[in-house]
Design a protein around this ligand. Structure first.
Ligand code: ATP
Length: 321
């Protein structure tokens, strides 16, 4: 192996830059040439690749977003798009591709490997934490801390005005963020797609708390809860109980900001592990960190296996009245 390329794909996640830095510097130390691809798979199709050197990744460890920019590419979903992408790698003699992203990005990486033999390694980078094979994904810890800080502020207003607030956090298919944020913020209820949301029961418990002297409450809801988003939940609660609420949707603030120490460590381990996997000829695979150690799994595990929520956290989320 002589040259590798690195790209970021799908939604950005804080810590992607730390992952790029570790990837580039480990590769250079191992004597490889490195190319950075702009705008994910779309940049690969459009031949938007540049050589990267150590100074190109100076001062990015602490920055959110991604210096390589990210994108979603419809063209890469087609065989024709992937032919163009593979050709742009081939003409530079690039024989390894590192993809930082979620399971969709890994499917794309697997496709180009299957059709063109490109050696690919995936680094799980998504705030949702919904990828099997790594205890955490890059960006999750930062997103949780960002949301926590925001909810602590909402709590002040909820208490001052004796109000019920419903706060929506990201998580279309999974409740990892809502669960940790809800517990960390002391939310009265946590609504996630993995557990049944019982609106009448929530109303009963809220009413009970008010009867016992509580004057304000916070509900944390994952955007993908089966009973709907925060606005829909607010409406259902009002219809069922007459209780009015205020809705706060945290949205994209959760994706930005400087990565936490935990995300910087994770990204650094994963970037290092990805280059080692390429050099060991272990591609195609996904790199994870499990119980503190770097692990490798087949890429397909990312979309065929489902990561479960921590059972203790699920129990705690409904147990602390
Ligand atoms: P996030 O968790 O932030 O959504 P993701 O990697 O899952 O990240 P997607 O939008 O699902 O994000 O995928 C990113 C890109 O990967 C897509 O725009 C597309 O170019 C490519 N991709 C996704 N699924 C496939 C697939 N089945 N075949 C080929 N390419 C794919």
């Amino acid at each position: 192996m002589k040259a590798i390329a690195v790209l970021t794909s799908g939604g950005d996640a804080p810590g992607m830059n730390a992952g790029i830095r570790a990837t580039v510097r480990t590769a250079l130390t191992c004597g490889l040439s490195v190319f950075g691809v702009k705008r994910g798979f779309q940049g690969l199709i459009e031949d938007d690749l540049n050589s990267m050197y150590s100074t190109d990744v100076s001062n990015i460890l602490q920055r959110g977003g991604t210096i390589l920019h990210s994108a979603r590419s419809e063209e890469f979903r087609t065989a024709e798009g992937r032919i163009k992408a593979a050709e742009n790698l081939r003409k530079r003699n690039i024989d390894g591709l590192i993809v930082l992203g979620g399971d969709g990005s890994f499917r794309g990486a697997n496709d180009i490997h299957r059709e063109h033999g490109t050696r690919v390694v995936g680094i799980p980078a998504t705030i949702d934490n919904d990828i099997w094979g790594s205890d955490f994904t890059i960006g999750f810890d930062t997103a949780v801390n960002t949301a926590l800080e925001a909810i602590d502020k909402v709590r002040d207003t909820a208490a001052a005005h004796d109000r019920l607030f419903i706060v929506e956090v990201m998580g279309r298919r999974a409740g990892f963020i809502a669960l940790e944020v809800g517990i960390g913020a002391g939310a009265e209820e946590i609504l996630i797609p993995e557990t049944k949301t019982d609106i009448p029961e929530i109303c009963r418990k809220l009413r009970n708390r008010y009867d016992n002297g509580r004057t304000s409450s916070i509900l944390v809801v994952a955007e993908g809860d089966e009973e709907g988003n925060a606005y829909e939940i607010a409406k259902k609660i009002e219809i069922h109980s007459g209780m009015k609420s205020r809705v706060t949707v945290l949205g994209h603030v959760q994706r930005g900001g400087s990565p936490t120490a935990a995300d910087r460590m994770l990204a650094t381990k994963l970037g290092y592990g990805a280059i080692k996997a390429l050099l060991d000829d272990a591609a195609p695979c996904m790199i994870g960190v499990e119980d503190g150690s770097i692990s490798r799994h087949p890429l397909a595990d990312a979309w065929t296996r489902k990561k479960e929520l921590d059972k203790l956290l699920v129990q705690l989320s409904s147990g602390l009245e």
